[in-house]
Design a protein around this ligand. Structure first.
Ligand code: ATP
Length: 356
């Protein structure tokens, strides 16, 4: 097992700079997820850690040892790709044991390691099959088995679940997490799927345009996104955001938006009259069919069984509300929205930084 550290990492392809000075540490045994939209540089960062891509500037350490110039094969890492990269002409057993064979490991030891990994991953019955005789989920497990057999210091995953259907993805997500809880190997996992990031990570690194926007535990990022980008990237359905003006009155703060006063808390950092973006998550809005609150017109009602998702309109703005249970509200009805100031998020309109 090992810690990993990125210090001032930069990467250019020709004159095109794609990573702009990234620094953070990963603790021994930690499961860190790199997440961000397509093209933000997460795969490039992972490939530099793997030694598959040279770094343009900065330093990468694995276990306090600088690996900048170390060959990929000498870094003691194992990588699982989206494409699985299994050898078609080899059985599952041979695929899993191949790296040890390359290292000329003893055959008995190799077989034992393969059998152990197969047990963990429920592949024992499939060891004599060829990749073409396996389902997508089974192939993915073989790819993980091959990584486990190597017993590396660090596991790297690059979008390993993208080729699987939605149901299998959820199942494999849980398997990878269980595997990590069992082996406690330091893991760096790349995905563009924020739900995968939220459910699997000890800590999430949110990337955007070659920089780190924020690092934190899933709930830290969800509860206190540091800027508007993270606020809208983490959470599903996405946070509602309204453009407005911050107001302070009698020691209380609110945001004027769409002709309404929305409870807010932006304390010391926000000033009266400041242009802001006001955020509230769909699950943090309560809906009543009568009584106090901000009047909103119902556009769509979508029951999903345990919850109901509503699309409502306040002035020109559309908001999504997710409520527990069911509602008698119908399209065109007027409903009344309430929010707790403590569950809202206020960002500077110019820089997008959080203000409380
Ligand atoms: P995705 O989720 O789409 O895989 P990503 O966040 O992993 O995206 P990268 O693959 O790391 O993004 O790419 C980051 C940027 O670097 C992109 O703008 C991409 O076009 C560019 N890039 C990646 N590899 C190369 C290359 N070999 N040559 C030139 N540009 C590259």
């Amino acid at each position: 097992m090992a810690s990993v550290s990125f210090r001032g990492i930069e990467k250019s392809f020709g004159r095109f700079k794609v990573i702009h000075g990234i620094s953070f540490d990963i603790a021994d045994g930690e499961f860190v997820v790199l997440v961000g939209p397509s093209g933000c540089g997460k795969s490039t960062l992972l490939r530099m850690l793997a030694g598959l891509e040279p770094i343009t500037g900065g330093q990468i350490d694995i276990d306090s040892r600088v690996v900048n110039d170390l060959d990929s094969k000498d870094r003691d890492i194992a990588m699982v790709f989206q494409s699985y990269a299994l050898y078609p002409h080899m059985t599952v057993r041979d695929n899993m044991g191949f790296s040890l064979k390359l290292r000329k490991a003893d055959g008995t030891l190799t077989n034992k390691r393969v059998d152990d990994a197969a047990r963990i991953l429920n592949l024992t019955q499939l060891l004599d099959r060829y990749p073409r005789e396996l389902s997508g989920g089974q192939r993915q497990r073989v790819a993980m088995g091959r990584a486990i057999v190597r017993d590396p210091k660090v596991f790297l995953f690059d979008e390993p679940l993208s080729n699987l259907d939605a149901k299998l993805r959820v199942a494999m997500r849980a398997e990878i997490k269980a595997l990590h809880q069992r082996l406690k190997t330091t893991t760096v996992y790349v995905t563009h799927d924020q739900i995968e990031a939220m459910t699997m990570a000890d800590r999430i690194v949110v990337m955007h345009d070659g920089i780190v926007e924020q690092i934190g535990t899933p709930l830290e990022l969800f509860d206190r996104p540091g800027n508007l980008f993270v606020a809208q990237f983490i959470g599903s359905p996405a946070m509602n955001v309204l453009a407005g003006t911050l107001r302070s009155q009698d020691g209380k703060q609110f945001v004027e938006a769409q002709g309404q006063a929305w409870p807010a808390q932006a304390q010391a950092q926000g000033s009266d009259g400041q242009a802001v973006q006001y955020g509230v998550r769909p699950t943090d809005i309560r809906v009543a069919t009568s009584g106090e609150g901000i009047p909103a017109k119902v556009i769509v009602v979508e029951p999903t069984g345990a919850e109901t998702e509503l699309l409502v309109r306040v002035g020109d703005a559309s908001l999504v509300v997710v409520m527990h249970g069911r509602t008698p509200a119908r399209p065109d009805d007027t409903v009344f929205l309430t929010v707790d100031a403590g569950r809202t998020h206020v960002f500077d309109a110019a820089g997008g930084q959080r203000l409380d």
